[in-house]
Ligand binder design. Sequence first.
Ligand SMILES: *Cc1c(COP(=O)(O)O)cnc(C)c1O
Length: 374
Amino acid sequence: MRDTGSDFRAAHIDLAALGSNFGVIRDLVSPARVMGVVKADAYGHGVRVVAPALVEAGVDWLGVADLSEALELRTRGISTPVLAWLHGPTTDFVPGIDAGIDIGVSSRDQLERVAAAASGSGRAAAVQLKVDSGLSRNGISPAEREEIFERAASLQAAGSIRVRGIFSHLSNTSPSDDARQKSVFEQALAEALAAGLDPELRHLASTQAAIEKPDYRFDVVRIGIGLYGLPAADSMDAAALGLRPVMQLEAEVAAVRRVPAGTGVSYGYIHRTTRETTLALVPLGYADGVPRGASNRGEVSINGRRCPVVGRIAMDQFLVDVGEGEVAVGDRVVIWGDPADGVPSAEQWATAADTIGYEIVTRVGPRVPRVARS
Ligand SMILES: *Cc1c(COP(=O)(O)O)cnc(C)c1O
């Protein structure tokens, strides 16, 4: 790695793995189409590199939470259909409508605001109605459905909106909880038809259900974590499906020191060496997404060897115990990547920090350059 001030750390983004993961999932869910979910800077992988690669691979839709994320895709020259589904109480929908973004609508208030914005914009807003089938987050509740569907049908007849889709999101709790949500969703679809709506896109499944449950795929599946090569649940064996982690987080060893037994290590001395050993300093910390909760628990790979994190992970750096192994300043450290390469996985870090792989990759900080590799 050449160092221009921060290149001694990098998140390598393997675009070949991303394209291959997309192909695996597309083939598995076909004929359902794939919406690639690129919210939160493509789960921390860098939307700048991920979105164009997914478009090139042939993704049918892109999905984001915020309208600002959707507009960023347009600014980057991406003309693929985009759905944005989470809005603030005063979000201005006009730029989204002007940019041809599909707007996920979860309430009567949002429906009215989108319709009003469309009349200002002079074009019909493409709307996808989000129903709450049992996750209890946003989405139209069962009690509001009839009224909102009828209002949507009349706004559609008046030309201010076009209801292109209807969707919901699962809790992935248990087969029976998911089945209950699916039947609520199907009931909502029937009510939408009865209200005179004929949405062309019905969607319910994200990675876990899309992979495990063929009858949950409907017209489109919304795939986030699977594209990035990580499992959506403990039950999912990503490698067995042919999915490969896309992100490899790396750094160069910033300092090496030989220390005697009994040496206190990092803040609070939660670790003291029990023998003479070699410590290597890794220039990444919790500001960069290395979870402090994995202090004394995570592992890295240096020169092909696993080395344990010792002591507290600090904001910018942490120490690993290299023992009697060879290590020099500048050696490459892999914090997480593809376990098939013999390096720790984001899942292992998630276990060490009592969280999920989603949070591990998504929290990689802005100081870490995302470097695409194909
Ligand atoms: C984040 C999100 C997804 C993607 O979920 P994965 O488990 O990463 O596939 C799909 N749909 C909605 C509504 C989401 O918020």
